[in-house]
Design a protein around this ligand. Structure first.
Ligand code: F6P
Length: 346
């Protein structure tokens, strides 16, 4: 550890759920590190599993060409959480100790961790163990604290909005209530943005408790006002008392029982995470990646790159770790949608 920028060996891993834009971020870090700083890039396979099992390969500038528009991650990912109880025998070496050991054996000067909340928490714990770590926030959920936006979010919103757009015509033809479920276990960002973008009549997010009665009244009133169909956009993490049905399935049945209106549900699922990133995510991921390489050259470790008012800044991983960025029920976009008559079920 402690060489000057030139010749530094930088490990990169991608962990947690994938999202559009990861390869653009890998390319941003890697190309800047190689071209501007003459560093070496070591691609770690499958998130923290690769650091535990010592699976890696050197990435040349050539390897980083042609990946900007590719979905997924060329490095692979996993949900391995090395600091969770790992089930190993008493005498076996712990996963964090293995990671530290291989970090030294691979002669890494820094490890770039591209991921969401879980990954950034692990990155912070590794930096407390003495590793030089830099975090890059990614997730379609947009719930990483300390940054205005994560890459992957814009693509997911575009995909979800396109899907909702398509539901309008079939809902209108059949005079139905269409319920569409988008991702977001704890944060309703995708539901809020895609719902507003595609004219959802009802938008339900985990941060705002909904009442079935209020939704039923609202939907019946729309029929009485000669609005023959309605679009209900729900985040997957909204209240759902059933275990075997999705939130959309549950709500679809309840709406039908309570209003007598015909309803159908659509669960968008992993389509939101797959495929080529939209241009805004390519740009954001590139900005994050190049900024991360600059941070490494400055030895600004233990930090996450972030976007604040369209400026790239760095935030200590210790500040980010363990926090979530949720939708404020009084977020201006929620209030603006309410002012236009959109229901949030409350
Ligand atoms: O990427 C974030 C996210 O899409 C969540 O919204 C979703 O609930 C979760 O990942 C599911 O991913 P997996 O099945 O890969 O764990």
């Amino acid at each position: 550890m402690g060489k000057s920028g030139k010749g530094q060996r930088i490990g990169i891993l991608t962990a947690g759920g994938d999202c559009p834009g990861i390869n653009a971020a890998i390319r941003g870090v890697g190309k800047t590190a190689i071209v501007k700083y003459d560093m070496k890039i070591i691609g770690i396979s499958d998130g923290f599993s690769g650091m535990i099992n010592k699976e890696y390969r050197e990435l040349t500038e050539h390897d980083l060409s042609g990946i900007l528009t590719m979905g997924g991650t060329i490095l692979g990912t996993s949900r391995e959480k090395p600091f969770k109880k790992n089930g190993k025998g008493k005498n076996e070496i712990s996963k964090p100790a293995l990671i530290k050991h291989f970090y030294e054996q691979m002669e890494l000067d820094c490890l770039v961790c591209i991921g969401g909340n879980g990954t950034l928490k692990t990155a912070h714990l590794l930096s407390l163990e003495g590793l030089n770590v830099v975090g890059i926030p990614k997730t379609i959920d947009n719930d990483v604290w300390g940054t205005d936006v994560t890459f992957g979010f814009d693509s997911a919103v575009n995909i979800a909005a396109e899907a909702i757009d398509r539901l309008h015509s079939t809902a209108n033809s059949h005079k139905r209530i269409m319920i569409i479920e988008v991702m977001g276990h704890t944060a309703g960002w995708i539901a809020l943005y895609s719902g507003v973008a595609a004219g959802g009549d009802v938008i339900l997010i985990p941060e705002i408790e909904y009442s079935e009665e209020k939704i039923a009244e609202y939907l019946i009133r729309r029929v009485e006002e000669n609005k023959p169909y309605s679009i209900v956009v729900v985040a997957e993490g909204i209240k759902n008392p059933t275990k075997d049905r999705s939130a959309a399935q549950y709500l679809s049945r309840r709406i039908n029982e309570m209003t007598g209106l015909e309803s159908r549900e659509t669960v968008l699922g992993y389509i939101q995470r797959g495929g080529t990133p939209y241009p805004m995510d390519r740009v954001l991921a590139t900005r994050y990646g190049t900024a991360a390489a600059d941070m490494i050259a400055r030895r600004d470790y233990g930090q996450m790159v972030a976007l604040r008012n369209n400026d790239i800044i760095s935030v200590p991983l210790g500040e980010v770790s363990g926090k979530l960025k949720l939708v404020d029920p009084n977020d201006p976009l929620v209030l603006q949608a309410k002012n236009m008559g959109t229901s949030f079920g409350n």
